[in-house]
Write a protein that binds this ligand. Structure first.
Ligand code: PDD
Length: 287
């Protein structure tokens, strides 16, 4: 089946979809994005992703696309026509193209944002084998720009981090700034010590994960203690367990940090419980 994608108001077969070579995202990385997961044909945490998209647009003075109010319908239509049961919807909004290259932003009155959406099918995504096995991470310097709270498409360094991890035989990288873990290359990072869930507090240093917000809320509701503070890689190596969160991995246990095995090397109790709670609760509010 040919994938149907959405570009600036049109639903098209993917090979017919076109964006200008002058598009600001292509030339300048001048675009923002969201990834919303789909389980059982329904969107998880859609409102959270829409709110963060609005925030990213506002922080960059990027005009809101005309389709802003239709985004839920567009997501649903793509899920429907592409017959997605489990997977993701990727959404990107860019500052558009005024037909040339210039560092200065184009006039928003005459240059409309580009809006692109497509689906990715991942059957059985909630039952990823990695959740039973746990993942390994390596630490790398956080060399990204200073506004990681904005979900921009400037993903070269995170891609390089994934490649460094792959080369080292690990599954992902945790980024370290001034001696403290900021987040994973495409996820938020957590350790668990003496029953406490520890994760870096929100700031411009990390993406304000939609999954993070939900997981911390569910943890508090389940009477688990959450501490939002910086932690080091040494603390992570010495932790009872660790995990990451993101829209595409939900809650994923980490069992190795820089080659050091945590606990008995299997996914920890807290991570497993939070994964279960997150999947159960998010499905209840999926739309
Ligand atoms: N990544 N931190 C970074 C740097 C991320 O790229 C992501 C998400 C997260 C988790 O955010 P959320 O829970 O809202 O997905 C944290 C997405 C999934 C991606 O780039 O594919």
């Amino acid at each position: 089946m040919t994938r149907t994608v959405y570009v600036n108001g049109d639903y098209l077969p993917e090979h017919e979809a076109k964006v200008s070579i002058f598009d600001r995202a292509f030339l300048m990385g001048d675009g923002v994005y969201e990834v919303t997961s789909v389980l059982g044909g329904k969107l998880i945490d859609f409102d959270g992703h829409l709110k963060r998209l609005e925030r990213s647009l506002n922080e960059l003075d990027m005009p809101h696309p005309a389709a802003m109010g239709d985004l839920l319908e567009i997501h649903r239509e793509l899920v429907r026509v592409n017959e997605i049961t489990d997977g993701m919807v990727y959404l990107q909004v860019t500052r558009g193209s005024d037909g040339d290259r210039d560092f200065v932003f184009p006039n928003p009155e005459t240059t409309a944002p580009t809006v692109v959406l497509f689906t990715q099918s991942k059957p059985g995504m909630a039952k990823a084998p990695m959740a039973d096995k746990g993942m390994s991470v390596i630490s790398v310097d956080d060399l990204r720009w200073g506004r990681r709270d904005i979900k921009t498409v400037q993903l070269l360094y995170p891609s390089m981090c994934k490649m460094m991890a792959k080369k080292a035989g690990a599954d992902d990288a945790w980024l370290v700034q001034d001696g403290f873990v900021t987040e994973g290359s495409s996820n938020n990072a957590y350790i668990v010590k003496d029953g406490k869930i520890i994760t870096r507090e929100l700031s411009n240093d990390i993406l304000h994960g939609i999954t993070r917000a939900a997981v911390l809320r569910f943890a508090a509701e389940a009477q688990m203690e959450v501490v939002e503070r910086n932690f080091t890689i040494d603390e992570a190596k010495d932790a009872d367990e660790a995990f990451i969160t993101s829209a595409s991995t939900f809650v994923m246990p980490v069992v190795k940090v820089d080659g050091e095995t945590l606990g008995d090397g299997t996914p920890g109790r807290v991570a497993k419980r939070l994964r279960e709670i997150y999947l159960d609760e998010s499905l209840k509010t999926a739309i």
